[in-house]
Design a protein around this ligand. Structure first.
Ligand code: NAD
Length: 290
């Protein structure tokens, strides 16, 4: 292996935003000697070959994992189990399998049973993304100074975890470990429910289009523009996130609607103090973040 390489061969399955960014980041820092990629659609594989994404693009999942030291599952969460089933028998003993899925408990339950003894499974989730998807959307700096959460189960080989940590750090990420159910609850608050709210707000604006004509678009201010950007995210990915992180999302949505009703009541009853106090509290949270 070259001096900078953390792995000899890395296999990327699913060549979308995250996998393509991983390839460019890996290549830039020389973190692997060889990166092979596979995506289900012929069109994606052709695009990948055309733009030089991966050192090699394979035509099957079995082929891409052959001799790989690290296998990265970068497909929508709902597809992880089927991919794991397909590659399970072809994994090299001692290899590490990881994923980048936005939900962790479900991925662990779906993928784990398909991996043979002697293969290390270290689930992960980079907290980095954009509203773009597909093989042409990736870029080398996507993970720079962004968190990547690793959720190894107790008993996972610490060497395999440490090596994956080094790989993510090499791509510029800040790595922490977290327990899967806690991960899913935290992400329901910080990412999943906000996406649902953005989808809803843009849907409401679209419903009102007949009344407002195209003014919603023409005069869209920063707040609404941010909602439209978030609501442009990949529908397959986000469908799978809500279907697979159902309990945590419903818990947070329940709390959200309670708060929304309280604000609705304060507006209806003209309770300015309640509104002011609420906004003062949330402003302090923002100031604590930046
Ligand atoms: P994407 O839509 O850009 O790419 C997904 C890729 O997977 C596509 O190339 C598609 O062809 C391929 N694919 C789908 N089903 C497949 C299958 N069965 N076998 C092989 N390939 C298949 O998606 P993305 O944004 O790169 O997301 C990938 C994963 O990363 C998802 O699990 C998502 O939850 C997670 N993630 C996304 C973001 C984000 O903001 N986009 C952030 C962090 C994690």
């Amino acid at each position: 292996m070259s001096d900078t390489a953390v792995y000899g061969k890395v296999a990327l399955i699913g060549l979308g935003l995250i996998a393509s960014s991983m390839f460019w980041a890996t290549r830039r820092a020389g973190l692997a000697d060889h990166v092979a990629g596979y995506a289900r659609s012929e069109e994606t594989r052709e695009t990948a070959r055309r733009i030089g994404l991966c050192h090699e693009v394979c035509d099957s999942a079995e082929e891409v994992v052959a001799d790989a030291d690290l296998v990265v599952l970068a497909v929508p969460v709902g597809a992880m189990g089927a991919v794991a089933q397909a590659i399970g028998p072809h994994l090299k003993p001692g290899a590490t399998v990881t994923d980048v899925g936005s939900v962790k408990r479900r991925v662990i339950d779906d993928v784990g049973p398909h991996l043979p003894e002697g293969v290390h499974f270290v689930p992960g989730h980079p907290l980095a993304g954009t509203e773009h998807s597909g093989p042409e959307s990736g870029f080398a700096t996507l993970f720079e100074n962004r968190w990547c959460l690793l959720v190894p189960e107790a008993g996972t080989d610490p060497m395999a975890v440490a090596r994956l940590r080094r790989y993510w750090e090499g791509m510029g990420a800040l790595v922490e470990e977290m327990e899967p159910d806690h991960h899913d609850l935290v992400l329901a608050v910080t990412s999943h429910t906000p996406h649902l709210i953005a989808y809803t707000m843009v849907g409401v604006a679209d419903d009102l289009r007949r009344v407002t004509d195209s003014e919603v678009i023409k005069y869209s201010a920063a707040g609404f523009r941010d909602f439209t950007r978030i609501a442009a995210s990949d529908p397959t990915m986000w469908r799978d996130v809500f279907l697979t992180n159902k309990d945590a999302t419903l818990e947070i949505l329940g709390r959200f609607t309670e708060e929304l009703f309280a604000l609705q009541r304060a507006i209806r009853t003209g309770n300015g103090d309640a509104l002011f106090d609420y906004f003062t509290r949330t402003r302090a949270i923002r100031r604590g973040i930046i």
